[in-house]
Ligand binder design. Sequence first.
Ligand SMILES: [Zn+2]
Length: 312
Amino acid sequence: MKKYSIGIDLGGTKILIALIERESGRVIDCIKKKTKKDKGPKNITKKMIEGIEELQANFDEVYSIGVGSAGQIDREKGIILAAPNLDCYDLNIKEILNSHFNIPVFVGNDVEVAALGEQKFGAGKDCNDFICIFVGTGVGSSIIKNGKIIRGATGTAGEIGHMIVDLNGRQCACGGHGCLEAYASRSAIERRIEGALKKGRKSCILEYLESGKSITSSMIQKSIEREDELVLQYVTEASEYLSGGIASVINFINPELVILGGGLIEAVDYFYDKTIKKARAKSLPIPAEKIKFKKAMLGDYSGVIGAAFLEH
Ligand SMILES: [Zn+2]
């Protein structure tokens, strides 16, 4: 049995490439490459290949390469069909990496690999029925039932971010209106805060904000520590929507556990605490009594660890 796998987490701003010990899930070595300016398929594959070659790895001991990517994926063929944040379309990552390294290559989406990581070595370790929800730029989720990921007929199950919470609501990046993501993501909070600042409302977040830069989860946390009224208002509003979405999912699927992760959850305790309290309160009484909530445990490494365990 080969001891290691390579896990790759391909995101809009960076690629993480790690050597993972299969038995323990331990990250042995990890390389980080920026993708922000060098988008497009050629740059992405070049950086991946470079990164894999830089790892302190004996390739005879490597069982597989797993890639978790943002966007829509054809898992069978190992193709990134469309990842607008990376400017990548129809990229056959499986074929490219396989012909270069001659070991099995598996491709999945970023949320499912993060959930897989949490299932193997994180907050979902002792649980077979749970939902993983990640809140950051968007809101994504993955459903684990009887220990397996539910992918749905077209592989898009778990799109909690596009659950409609207001029929005549805000415009969403998907083209629709009133999606949860337009209310509960970090980007949604950011837009609300920026809109209020433009109208002249005061907030201490301005002290952290460099011109032209966007609001980060840690700026939100610092402002909450100072009990900033404006930031508290919009973070509370987002948690109101997110808890409603989570309660709907609890009622619909009746999982044992909900794991919450992503930048905003990790950085802002107020948001996490408020969201889980309200989600329980908004769920039907019987599932509400039993439901457990946990924070994701693997942080930045959930993607690379999960990707290393992708199989088909
Ligand atoms: Zn949407």
